[in-house]
Design a protein around this ligand. Structure first.
Ligand SMILES: *[C@@H]1O[C@H](CO)[C@@H](O)[C@H](O)[C@H]1NC(C)=O
Ligand SMILES: *[C@@H]1O[C@H](CO)[C@@H](O)[C@H](O)[C@H]1NC(C)=O
Ligand SMILES: *[C@@H]1O[C@H](CO)[C@@H](O)[C@H](O)[C@H]1NC(C)=O
Ligand SMILES: *[C@@H]1O[C@H](CO)[C@@H](O)[C@H](O)[C@H]1NC(C)=O
Ligand SMILES: *[C@@H]1O[C@H](CO)[C@@H](O)[C@H](O)[C@H]1NC(C)=O
Ligand SMILES: *[C@@H]1O[C@H](CO)[C@@H](O)[C@H](O)[C@H]1NC(C)=O
Ligand SMILES: *[C@@H]1O[C@H](CO)[C@@H](O)[C@H](O)[C@H]1NC(C)=O
Length: 385
């Protein structure tokens, strides 16, 4: 790898307060010769995706939001899981809408307005609040884990093996709150054969899963907000043509993420990742190390260990489903989380914890399975995926 510009990043001070990690970095010798922005990276990504899929899928059909009066709405009012869960729910509702020829919308203002972090790209999913006087008939489907198993089973069964377009035809608006993958079964539903074939073109059904199509569907749906782009670009500007190595350290309940589950098997993740990285980077010319974590301690350990070459996105650490509702920095935390998500799609090497968040982020990498490592809780060690 050719090092075109060498930028030394000094982390001058790391202040850890209650739930906030602040790091101030000063950049010496900022010779950035060309923009290396999220926008340019995403444009290149779209070109790649359209090339990859254009002869396989009917991309136009995926890009078309039916301007029908009937809707399918992904709804997230509270307790809808983290970003990984929500992405699963959104993809599910979107594909159900495509199959049913309904207009797709996203209604999410938890913990803060979705438009603060992402905006419609090809599909205009902006939520329209219909006037109550229109007397529209509503079906609310909520299959988050807190709902009864029997009910969740019933919904799964309808999506898998009933003609759900018919079953739900009387409703104007169908609101779906879920973190399940309904996309993969819906595409295999026998009643949906014709419509599925129109969407998939020549792609074999066996390849059409949420996992495989995520890279395309995510970009068709979303573009990052300016607030997210600015955060990501502040890191990317220092990466220009250098090897970017990313650490995602998810340790669960800890002082900066107090309302989350405790994952006791993960307590040594940070040290294991640092040891592995020390060894790994011996062979790489001056990588830039990006770290994100649900633990302020983990972030500061990494920044201190690599004082000249590590970076983090500054901001409150927030689990977007498990937070203190009185906090005044919910939007900032949401913006930081989604900026982290976008940045994790730009790494040449990824060393991740097990989480839906980072596994979806990883699918946005150009080569998702190259230089991809994770912390194995059983072995308590880093392993190649
Ligand atoms: C959609 O609904 C609006 C008002 O409810 C109505 O005026 C319009 O004709 C409907 N459009 C179609 C295509 O059904
Ligand atoms: C998206 O849809 C909303 C609601 O119908 C509309 O107000 C907005 O102008 C649309 N955006 C674009 C870019 O067409
Ligand atoms: C709304 O719809 C219900 C059921 O179709 C009907 O009984 C009711 O009269 C309607 N109300 C209005 C204001 O149209
Ligand atoms: C699917 O398409 C075939 C051939 O065009 C047609 O005969 C059949 O009725 C369609 N099935 C459904 C469920 O629409
Ligand atoms: C973490 O590391 C300490 C010190 O090496 C060790 O005693 C402990 O068992 C480890 N815990 C886990 C869960 O790996
Ligand atoms: C570094 O390169 C040497 C020689 O190619 C190789 O033996 C070693 O396994 C590499 N280390 C890592 C951590 O990749
Ligand atoms: C970081 O850079 C400073 C100044 O260039 C140097 O003195 C120091 O040894 C470097 N530290 C590490 C860990 O590379």
């Amino acid at each position: 790898m050719i090092v075109i510009s060498i930028l030394w990043i000094f982390v001058l001070s790391i202040i850890i307060t209650n739930s906030t990690v602040k790091s101030v970095s000063r950049i010496q010798n900022p010779i950035v010769t060309k923009p290396w922005t999220l926008l340019s990276r995403n444009n290149a990504r779209l070109d790649r995706l359209f090339k990859k899929y254009h002869s396989l899928l009917n991309i136009e059909a995926f890009k078309t939001n039916h301007l029908s009066n009937k809707t399918i709405i992904y709804s997230c009012q509270s307790f809808c899981g983290g970003w990984g869960d929500r992405l699963r729910g959104i993809m599910s509702a979107y594909v159900l809408a495509l199959l049913a020829n309904r207009r797709f919308m996203i209604d999410m203002n938890y913990p803060c307005e979705i438009s603060k972090v992402v905006q419609p790209n090809y599909i205009n999913w902006t939520h329209i609040k219909y006037d109550k006087s229109k007397n529209r008939s509503q079906l609310n489907i909520n299959t988050m884990r807190s709902w009864q198993t029997a009910y969740r089973g019933q919904i799964s069964d309808i999506i898998k093996s009933k003609n759900f377009v018919e079953v739900w035809s009387e409703y104007d608006d169908i609101s779906i709150s879920t973190n399940g993958d309904y996309m993969t079964p819906a595409l295999r539903n026998n009643y949906m054969k014709n419509r599925t074939r129109q969407l998939l073109g020549s792609m074999p059904l066996s390849h059409a899963t949420m996992q495989t199509l995520f890279d395309l569907l995510f970009e068709l749906l979303f573009k990052p907000s300016a607030l997210v782009r600015n955060r990501v670009d502040s890191i990317l500007a220092n990466v220009y043509h250098r090897h970017l190595l990313c650490l995602h350290i998810r340790v669960g309940k800890n002082p900066t993420n107090p309302f989350d589950h405790a994952f006791t098997a993960r307590v040594n993740t940070t040290q294991a990742m640092i040891d592995f990285t020390d060894d790994y980077i011996l062979n790489k010319s001056l990588p830039v190390i990006f770290v994100t974590s649900d633990s302020g301690q983990a972030v500061s350990d990494v920044l201190q260990h690599y004082p000249n070459s590590s970076m983090t996105i500054v901001g409150p650490i927030l689990h977007i489903d498990r937070f203190d509702r009185r906090s005044s920095t919910l939007c900032d935390g949401f913006i930081k989380a989604i900026a982290d998500f976008y940045l994790l799609g730009e790494c040449q090497t990824s060393i991740l914890s097990n989480s839906g968040f980072s596994s979806w982020a990883n699918r946005r990498r150009e080569h998702p399975y190259q230089d991809f490592y994770s912390y194995n809780e059983k072995l308590r060690a880093i392993r190649k995926n």
